[in-house]
Ligand binder design. Structure first.
Ligand code: PRT
Ligand code: ZN
Length: 223
């Protein structure tokens, strides 16, 4: 791959993390000129550009070296790492960012008699996080069916395509609306700054260090 002299950060193009991520970068003194196709934002002051993509693509873009860093939910990062994608093991969390908080939880129909993970044995669990769920089930020694759905996981029990679900929960409103109740938390999540364990040894590495220093200042002020 051609060496780059500008740092490239991947972030969500349009979604829950977009506004707060841009806001945080702005407060670190980074400003961007958005290109017309809105995929690429050119950094105006510092040599830092943005690639705006679907959040699910962010860990892969870092692992492939297309981007140096990414702002992504821990849930997405850890799913990628658990799924053992190419280069996944070398991805790490450089900083927790304090927004986009949610949890990945198992939820069961409100009227189901549930006493613990062992009650999931033999059931079908719908989720968009098959790797994280698979790891948790193995840890608990539970043999259950995992049904991978890209979205609308919460309606699977009502549709009869699954018995229970494993999905992101924030307020819990979605679960209540679908007559489900949260039973087990697999992961506490928030947006994180993700990157390879070892920084680039060129100017980009220096820029990462500067960005981390500024982030620490901004995050401290906010706390
Ligand atoms: O298009 P793209 O793939 O980029 O976007 P997306 O639709 O996959 O992601 P998006 O924007 O919905 O979420 C981005 C990230 O925000 C997630 O990966 C999480 O890290 C974080 N986040 C924080 C959440 C939530 N809170 C959240 N509540 N992501 C999703 N939800 C959904 C959840 O899936 C469920 O449907 O909201 C519903 C639950 O919310 P409550 O408040 O009813 O419990
Ligand atoms: Zn997504």
């Amino acid at each position: 791959m051609k060496p780059r002299d500008r740092l490239r950060i991947a972030m969500q193009k349009s979604g829950r993390l977009t506004e707060p991520a841009l806001d945080l970068l702005n407060r670190c003194g980074l400003t961007f000129r958005q290109s017309r196709d809105k995929l690429f934002c050119f950094g105006e002051g510092e040599p830092v550009d943005l690639l705006l993509v679907r959040d699910d693509d962010i860990p892969g873009l870092i692992a492939q070296g297309v981007c140096d860093l990414g702002i992504v939910g821990r849930n997405v990062l850890n799913e990628f790492k658990n799924g053992a994608g190419n280069g996944a093991a070398s991805l790490t969390e450089w900083r927790p960012l304090g927004f986009g908080r949610c949890r990945l939880s198992v939820a069961v129909p409100q009227d189901m008699n549930y006493n613990g993970p062992e009650d999931l044995a033999g059931l079908r669990i719908a989720t968009s996080y098959p790797a994280l769920l698979g790891t948790w089930l193995r840890e608990k020694g539970v043999d259950a069916g995992v049904i991978t759905l890209a979205g609308s996981v919460e309606i699977a029990p009502k549709l009869g395509t699954a018995d229970v679900i494993c999905d992101l929960v924030q307020s819990g409103g979605t679960l209540v609306a679908n007559q489900l109740r949260e039973t087990d938390v697999l992961l506490e999540s928030e947006a994180v700054l993700a990157g390879p364990e070892t920084l680039p040894t060129d100017e980009r590495g220096d820029m990462v260090e500067l960005l981390l220093k500024r982030l620490d200042g901004v995050i401290q002020v906010r706390e």
